[in-house]
Design a protein around this ligand. Sequence first.
Ligand SMILES: Cc1cc2nc3c(=O)[nH]c(=O)nc-3n(C[C@H](O)[C@H](O)[C@H](O)COP(=O)(O)OP(=O)(O)OC[C@H]3O[C@@H](n4cnc5c(N)ncnc54)[C@H](O)[C@@H]3O)c2cc1C
Length: 479
Amino acid sequence: MSRRIAVLGGGLSGLSAAFHLSRRFPDALIRVFEQSDRVGGWVSSERVEVQNERGDSASMLLEHGPRTIKPSAISILELTQLLGLRSSVIAVPESSEASKNKFVYLPQTGRIEALPTSISSAIMGPFRSIGFPGFPMELFKKSNRPKGVEDESLHDFVQRRFGDKIANTLASAVMHGIYAADARKLSVRAVFPSGWGIEDAGDGSLIWGMPRYQGPSVEIDGELAEMYTLLHKMAVFSYKNGLGSLTEGLRDNLAQNPNVSVHLNTTVTSIDDTRLTLSGSTDKEFDATHVVSSIPLPKLESVLGQGALPHLTANSASSVTVFNFVFPVPPSELHPPGFGYLVPRPTDGYESSSTGMLGVTFDSCTLSMQDSPGAINNFTKLTVMAGGPFPRVANTDDVLEELRQHFGLKEMPKPVLTRVHHLKDCIPTPHVGHVERLKELKDAVSEKWGGRFELMGAGASGVSVGNCVDAAKAVGQNW
Ligand SMILES: Cc1cc2nc3c(=O)[nH]c(=O)nc-3n(C[C@H](O)[C@H](O)[C@H](O)COP(=O)(O)OP(=O)(O)OC[C@H]3O[C@@H](n4cnc5c(N)ncnc54)[C@H](O)[C@@H]3O)c2cc1C
C-alpha cells in the first residue's frame, strides 16, 4: 500500500515536514491538518503603510513572531534555496553595528548599557559591579559540577561558574530574550546543549573550554556551500518580506503538488492507532499509514487522551505580548545603533515589574532593508516583548513610558502605528530533566506505533526556527 501521511499542525514545523516528506516520498499522499484559518503558526509577518505629519510615507515590514535566523541553521539555507527565496534574503553582517552592539538594561544605572564583548569590558565600566570578580575568577575556579548530576537549570550552571550576579543579570536577560522564561526553570542540557561539553573541554572552565570545544561538524556541498560562504559571516538573516516568506513559500510550493493538501480550520481531535478524527472539515476521518505531530506536546495529550504517552505535559510554555511600534523619527533620535536590549529578572522578583518587559529589538537597525528605501530617514520600527514569567503585562502607554526611561529621553514621540499581539503559550519552557524525559517519550512513541508516528515541533525539537526545520528534514528517515 502506498503511504498516506498525516501531518498535525501547519506551523513552520508541519509545513516543512510536509515539504521534505513530499520530496522523500513523491508518491505518498500527504495531508496537513491545521486548526486555524491560516498556515504559519507563530510565524506572522505584516506589511504596513505609515505616514508622518509632514506627509512622508513608507512601507514597513513588522514581525509579530520570530524575526531573525542564525546562518548556522543549514536546513533553513537549504529550504531558502529550494523555495527560490535566495534573492530575497537580507542579512546582518557580523561586523555591523546592528550585530556588534547588543544592550542590557541595568537597574543599577537605570539605562541600557552595551553588553561586554571581552573580559576586560565585563569588569570595567557599567558592568563592573556585575562582571567583577565573576568573569576573571572563572578562569581559576576548579571544576565544580556536582558528581552524578544529569542536568541543572541554566541559572545554576552559570552561577556555579560565574557567581550570582552574572547569573541573575546576564543569564536571566539572555533567557528572557530567547525563551521568555525564568533561567531558574530552564534545563541547561536543553537550552545550551554544548554547555557541559565546553565545561569538559576546559577542565571545568567555560572560558578556557570555549576555544577548545569542537562541536559537531557539518558537511555542506554544491550550491548550498556557496550560500553558506556568503552568509556565514552574517550574524542573522531574514527575507525582504519577513519570515512569512518561508511559510508562504512552503504553502505555495505544497499547493502545486497534487499529492499534498493543507486543510485549514481542521482540528485533529483524536487518533486511534493511525486513524485521525477531524473536526471542522467535511472529512470526519483520515486513515493514515504514518503520522507526524508538530503540535505543542500538551495539545497532543488532549488529542491522544490523558496518560496515553509519558511527559507530554511536563513542560510549561511562556505567553508573550508583542508590541510593534513605528515612530515618526529616525532611529538615531530614539536609541543607540544596535540589535536591541534585554531586561534581566528584577532584583525584587518578577512581581515587582510594572510592565513585564523582557526585551526590545531595534528592527530599523537590523531589518531596514525590509522597508521602502529612505524609510529609515523618517521612521523607526521597534518591537517590545513582554510577559513570560512576569505576572502582569502593562498597557501600551506604560510600555512607552518605560522605553522613554530606558532610552534616557525627555519625551517619547507618539508612535504612528502600534500593534499589540497576545501570544498564548507560544514558547515551550524545557524544564530541568527535559532531555531525558524527551527520550523516554520518543521511546514510548516508537514502541506504541512501531516507528509509524513521529514527534516534532518546537516542544519536541527545540524552539528556534532552525531547530524546527532540522527536525522536519529528518522526519520519515526510517519509513
Ligand atoms: C514571539 C516569538 C518570537 C520568536 N523569535 C524567534 C526568532 O527570532 N528566531 C527563531 O529562530 N525562533 C524564534 N521563535 C521561535 C519560533 O518561532 C517557534 O518555535 C516556531 O515558529 C514554532 O513552530 P512550530 O510549527 O513548531 O509550532 P507552531 O507555530 O505552534 O505551529 C503549530 C500549529 O499547530 C496547530 N495546531 C495545534 N493543535 C492542533 C490540532 N489539534 N489540530 C490541528 N492543528 C493544530 C496550531 O494552530 C499551529 O498553527 C519565536 C517565537 C515567538 C512566539
